[in-house]
Design a protein around this ligand. Sequence first.
Ligand code: PLP
Length: 407
Amino acid sequence: MSLDINAIRSQFPILETQVRNKKLVYFDNGATSQKPLRVINRISHYYLHENSNVHRGVHFLSQLATDAMEQAREKLVSFVHAESIEEIIFTKGTTESINLVAHSFGNRFVGAEDEIIISEMEHHANLVPWQFLCKDKGAKLRVIKTHDDGSLDLNHLQSLIGPKTRLISIAHVSNVTGVINPVEEVVKMAQDKGIFTLIDGAQASSHLQIDVQKLGCTFYVFSAHKMYGPMGVGVLYGQKAILEQMPPYQSGGEMIDRVCFSEETTFNVLPFKFEAGTPMVPEIIAFAEAIDFINEIGFEKIQQHEHELLSYATEKLLAIDGLKIIGTHAHKSAVISFVLQGLHPYDVGSLLDQMGFALRTGNHCAQPFIQRHGVSGTVRLSLAIYNTLEEVDLMVEALKKVKNMLS
Ligand code: PLP
C-alpha cells in the first residue's frame, strides 16, 4: 500500500500554521521534527492522569508512571535491537549521551597518549567532548578526512588506526550533507583491532533502521526530538559488558544502591546507574508514542517517500543557475545543503523565512566541516515523512525569486 501523506500530515496540526501570514513549509527537520498529536496528547495525559515520581513509590500513581516509563524503555530495546533494558539509558539527548560516554568511558578506558578518532564531518556534539577528554587525559584526537563529495576517506581512517587507538566516534548520517557513512565497515575495521566505537545516530534514527547487535558498535546515541518525539530526552545504547565497567556519570538519587558515611557508597544496577535524579518521565513515555508512529508507517515506506523527495528536490535545485550542493555522494539521507553563488546563506534563509519557509542556514554546528568546503555556511533543507513534492516545488519557486531579489 502506498503512503497516504494527507493522513500523515493531518496528525501534525502545526503544519497548518501560518507564519508571517504565509502557510508554513517546514524543511528544518534535521534541527527538530514536528510532533504528531498522539505525542503531544500523551504528555497531557500523563500530567492529567498519571503524574507521579517513578521507581520509588509503592502507591498507585507511582507504579503507573514507572510502568509506562519502563514500557517505553522496552520499546527502545526493540527499536534498536538491543539485547536488554540494561543497555538503554535515557539521557537528555545525543549531546548528553556523548558527554556521558566521554566522561565515564573516558575515565575508565582512556589514558595518556591514547588516541580517539573522529571525522572531519562531526557535529560539535561529537567533537568538543572528545577535545575536552583528550585535554584532561593527555590523549590525542585524530580526525578522518573526507572526500569532496562529503564521504569518509576510509583509506585515511585505516592509516590513522594504530595500537594507541581506543575509540572511533563518527556520525551515522552527516547533519550537514545527509551523507550516510559506512558505519558497518568502520565498526568492522575497529572490531578487528579491539577498538571501541560510538555511532552518533542523531540524523539517522528517524530515517534508517538501526540494529545495534548486527552493527556491533559499542555505543549508539540519538535524540527523540529529531524523530517526532519530545524535546529533552534521548538514548544512550551501550553494550552491557562495557557499561558495567564504566563509573557513574552523575550522582544523586536513583543511581544509588546504598549510602552511609562509614562505608563506600554503592551504585544501582544498569541502566539506573547512569540515570541520576528524577528523569523526564512524560517525555520518555511520549517518546514511545513517537516510536509507535514510526513503526506503524515502517522504515521501508519512510525511506521510499524520503528518497523520492530527495531525488526530486536535488534535481530541481540543481537546475537553478549558480546553485551548488555540498555533499554530492550518492548514498544520502534526506538532507540537502547548498550555496548560491555570490549570495550569503543567511540572506537567502531570511528571505525564504519571509515567504513562510523554515530552512536552516549557517554552519550547522559543524564549523570545521563547513570550513573544509571553503564556504561561510550553507542553506540546509532537511526532509521528513510529512513533506511533499508540492512543498519542494513551492520552495524552488521561492528560491528563484530570492535569487532575483538579491542578485
Ligand atoms: N549529532 C548530530 C549529527 C546532530 O545533527 C545533532 C543535532 O543537530 C546532535 C548531534 C546534537 O543533538 P541534540 O542537540 O539533540 O543533543
